[in-house]
Design a protein around this ligand. Sequence first.
Ligand SMILES: NC(=O)c1ccc[n+]([C@@H]2O[C@H](COP(=O)([O-])OP(=O)(O)OC[C@H]3O[C@@H](n4cnc5c(N)ncnc54)[C@H](OP(=O)(O)O)[C@@H]3O)[C@@H](O)[C@H]2O)c1
Length: 302
Amino acid sequence: MSHFSTFACHASTGGNSPKGSTAMGQPVLVTGGTGTLGRQVVARLREAGQSVRVLTRRAPASDDGDTYVSGDLTTGAGIEAAVDGVRTVVHCAGTQKGDGEKARLLVRAASAAGVTHLVFISVVGADAIPVASAVDRAAFAYFASQRDAERVVEASGIPWTTLRATQFYDLTLLTVRAMAKLPVIPVPRGFRFQPVDSGEVADRLVELALGSPAGLVLDLAGPTVYPMQSLIRSYLEATRQRRVLLPIPVPGRAARAIRAGANLAPNRAVGHRTWEDFLASTVGGTTYSGSHGPNGSRGGRS
Ligand SMILES: NC(=O)c1ccc[n+]([C@@H]2O[C@H](COP(=O)([O-])OP(=O)(O)OC[C@H]3O[C@@H](n4cnc5c(N)ncnc54)[C@H](OP(=O)(O)O)[C@@H]3O)[C@@H](O)[C@H]2O)c1
């Protein structure tokens, strides 16, 4: 259960500030700026000429042009200092659970500091995957946690923008790689995913951060919907491994919602980079032949 739960994890208006609300000279705070997505957001903000401050629980890294601030959104330590003098916060810090609490601590400090734009990255399905029972919580608490954080952002009183994205290719790879360590891989029956390139998510987040608060914006999803077994098989093929895949039923309402596609956004298949391209450039070697390719829908671009 743990591998695919890791994989599963991870309209209103936000206000009307003028475009370009990140004043030059005032740093943009990126929480999670050391993470997979956040690192790319930081790089793009810098390319756009913004001064960037990165919140991290680790000791500040050596100076590479950004300012690193030590802080912890679980305890609140260091958060007031992190938001001091900041107008825009891009909130990319997240874990498997407790993200509502993290958002609460961030919002409290940001509000007091006069932040005028709070940009949040959430997940497709946050509002559509019910996490009601212990069975649901065991594997899908992440979606409820993200929805909790969304609500905190919405109610913050700070003009906000929230983008929901599907699972990143990086996480997809991490998951299938871990699953491939098993001689027999249990695969939840009927689960599909529509992963997306985290660089494209970073592009969009930066565009949103540099624009006006926009509330809940349109979802961002990858170009193709895949049955879970196709993602695993493509990885196995690219790494020249053979495994037995064992379909397993997953009980609960959350799993039912996923089987119904609540974690997908086929009408928002706007990502361009393909999983096959990502695989070829990360695990290298063989080029994926597509023989285990998607039989899910290929949504239109917009
Ligand atoms: N991965 C996906 O497929 C996916 C899909 C949709 C949405 N999202 C959302 O996008 C966000 C980023 O995901 P990611 O995959 O880039 O995450 P990641 O690589 O796991 O990075 C997580 C980041 O959160 C920071 N963090 C964690 N706990 C913290 C705390 N208590 N206080 C301060 N910072 C903390 C970490 O910073 P330090 O370790 O430096 O402290 C790290 O930079 C998450 O909120 C996630 O829910 C992810």
